[in-house]
Design a protein around this ligand. Structure first.
Ligand SMILES: [Zn+2]
Length: 67
C-alpha cells in the first residue's frame, strides 16, 4: 500500500468498512511508515478539535432552554 492510498482510506473514513485484506495492508503500512503515523496522529487531533469546536458552537447557537 502506498501513502496516498492509506491517507485516502483514513481521511474518507472508509477504513472501518474496508475488507480484512485492505485493513491488514493499512495496518502494516501504518507500522512501517513514520510519515503516515504522524499524519494519523495529527488527523485524529484535528478531528477532536473540530468536534470540540462544533460542540462549543452548538452550545452558543442553541441555548439549553430551547432543547
Ligand atoms: Zn505512508
Amino acid at each position: 500500500m502506498k501513502c496516498r492510498q492509506y491517507i485516502f482510506l483514513l481521511t474518507s473514513d472508509q477504513l472501518p468498512d474496508a475488507g480484512p485484506g485492505l485493513r491488514l495492508q493499512a495496518r502494516w503500512h501504518h507500522l512501517i511508515c513514520s510519515n503516515c503515523r504522524v499524519f494519523t496522529k495529527k488527523d485524529a487531533a484535528l478531528m477532536q478539535a473540530v468536534k470540540a469546536q462544533c460542540q462549543a458552537d452548538k452550545a452558543v447557537l442553541i441555548p439549553p432552554y430551547i432543547s
